[in-house]
Design a protein around this ligand. Structure first.
Ligand code: PHE
Length: 352
C-alpha cells in the first residue's frame, strides 16, 4: 500500500470493516432485506464481494472510456495503478454474468470522493439487480413496483439517462419533501457486455443507493448518522425485521438538534485544479481526513472569481460544523479549521 497512486486515507480503511449492509438492526441492512424480500426468490445474493476491484472490473468491463472523469484521483480512491475501491456495485456485473449467473443481487460498500453535504459520504452502500431474459418493460415494472412498495405515499417518475454500460438507460426519481431526488439508475445491459460475457440477451440491470432509500424511508436527515454508534441512533431500529411493512417504518426520532457554526476559507487555486469539481472534491477530501470525529456537516463553495489582471482563480468555501451529540465549543472548531488551513496551504492553495 505504498503505491504512489494510493489516495486512500486511513479513516476510509477503518470504515471498510463496518459492513452496515450486513447489520440487520441498521437502516441500511434493513433496506437491503426489504429489497431482497420484495424481489423474491430466484435472485442469487452476493453481499460479501471484496470492495477492492481491478480497474478492468470497475471501469473497462463496463465500457467506461479511459479518459472518463470518474477515473480521476479526484473522484475515485485508488489502491494502486491496477486497483480501486469499487465506485459502484456494477463492478461485479460482467464477471458474474460471465460466470453463468443469470439473476442476482449484489450488495456492498462503495467509495467515492465527493462533495460534503447531508446526502454524501465517501463510503455508501448500493444494491444492484441483474436479470438475464428481462425486457425493458419488465425492468421498468420491477423498479417502479419496488419504489411504489417502499414509498407508497411518494410520487415517482422515470427519466431518460445515460450510463456507458446500459442502453437505453433511465433514472427513477422520488418526490420527497418537495424535491425530486434521484434514487436509482437502470437500463438494458449493453450488447457488448453481454457479448463479452457470452450471454444471450436481453438483460437488465439497476443500481440503487441504500442510504438514499433509508433516509427517505425512515426520515433520517443526515447521512453521517448512518455511521453513528450512539445508542440514541442505533437503538431506534432494534426489533424491526425483514419483511416489515414500509408503511409502518418508524420515523427517526431526533434528540435535540444542537446549533451549527460556520467558518469560511478563501484561497487562490493552483493552476492544475481550476476545474471546480476537482477543487470541491479535494477540499472535501482534506476536510474528511482531518475531521475524524465527523463534526463537519457540509462544505459548500460560496464564491468563485477570476482576477481580471492576473487570471488567477479565487474560491471561497463555507464549512458548517455541527454535532448530533453535543454543542461544539469554539476551541475544537478552531483547531480543525487551523488544520484545514494548513493542509490547504501545503497542497498549494494560497490562503487569502
Ligand atoms: N452503477 C450506476 C451508478 O452507480 C447505477 C446503475 C446500475 C445504472 C446498473 C445502470 C445499471 O450510478
Amino acid at each position: 500500500m505504498t503505491d504512489k497512486l494510493n489516495n486512500i486515507p486511513g479513516y476510509i480503511d477503518r470504515l471498510r470493516g463496518r459492513n452496515l449492509h450486513l447489520n440487520q438492526q441498521h437502516p441500511v441492512g434493513l433496506v437491503k432485506l426489504t429489497v431482497e424480500s420484495w424481489l423474491g426468490h430466484g435472485f442469487e445474493h452476493f453481499d460479501r464481494l471484496d470492495p477492492v476491484v481491478s480497474v478492468a472490473q470497475n471501469f473497462d468491463s463496463l465500457l467506461i472510456p479511459p479518459e472518463h472523469v470518474c477515473r480521476r484521483t479526484s473522484d475515485t480512491f485508488w489502491v494502486d495503478s491496477d486497483h480501486v475501491l469499487r465506485t459502484h456495485t456494477s463492478a461485479h456485473q460482467a464477471e458474474l454474468l460471465a460466470g453463468g449467473h443469470r439473476q442476482f443481487l449484489i450488495t456492498g460498500d462503495c467509495f467515492r470522493r465527493d462533495e460534503i453535504d447531508a446526502r454524501h459520504y465517501p463510503v455508501f452502500h448500493q444494491i444492484e439487480g441483474v436479470r438475464v431474459g428481462g425486457s425493458a418493460d419488465d425492468l421498468l415494472a420491477t423498479v417502479t413496483g419496488l419504489m411504489g412498495f417502499l414509498f407508497p405515499d411518494c410520487e415517482s417518475r422515470v427519466t431518460d439517462s445515460y450510463f456507458p454500460f446500459t442502453d437505453p438507460s433511465w433514472e427513477i426519481e422520488i418526490l420527497h419533501e418537495g424535491r425530486w431526488i434521484e434514487v436509482l439508475g437502470c437500463g438494458m445491459v449493453h450488447k457488448q457486455i453481454l457479448q463479452n460475457a457470452v450471454v444471450e440477451g436481453p438483460a437488465w440491470a439497476f443500481g440503487v443507493g441504500l442510504e438514499r432509500l433509508a433516509m427517505i424511508l425512515f426520515g433520517i436527515p443526515d447521512i453521517r448518522l448512518m455511521w453513528s454508534e450512539d445508542p440514541r441512533f442505533s437503538g431506534q431500529w432494534i426489533g424491526l425485521h425483514a419483511g416489515f411493512d414500509p408503511k409502518q417504518a418508524p420515523k427517526f426520532q431526533p434528540w435535540s438538534v444542537f446549533p451549527a457554526t460556520t467558518r469560511d476559507v478563501t484561497f487562490w487555486v493552483p493552476e492544475a485544479d481550476i476545474d471546480p469539481v476537482i477543487t470541491i472534491n479535494n477540499v472535501a477530501g482534506i476536510v474528511r481526513e482531518i475531521d475524524l470525529g465527523g463534526l463537519v456537516e457540509s462544505v459548500e463553495m460560496v464564491d468563485q472569481f477570476r482576477h481580471p489582471k492576473t487570471g488567477r482563480v479565487s474560491m471561497s468555501f463555507r464549512i458548517q460544523y455541527r454535532s448530533w451529540e453535543r454543542t461544539l465549543v469554539n476551541g475544537e472548531i478552531n483547531e480543525i479549521q487551523t488544520e484545514i488551513r494548513s493542509r490547504l496551504n501545503g497542497d498549494g492553495y494560497v490562503l487569502r
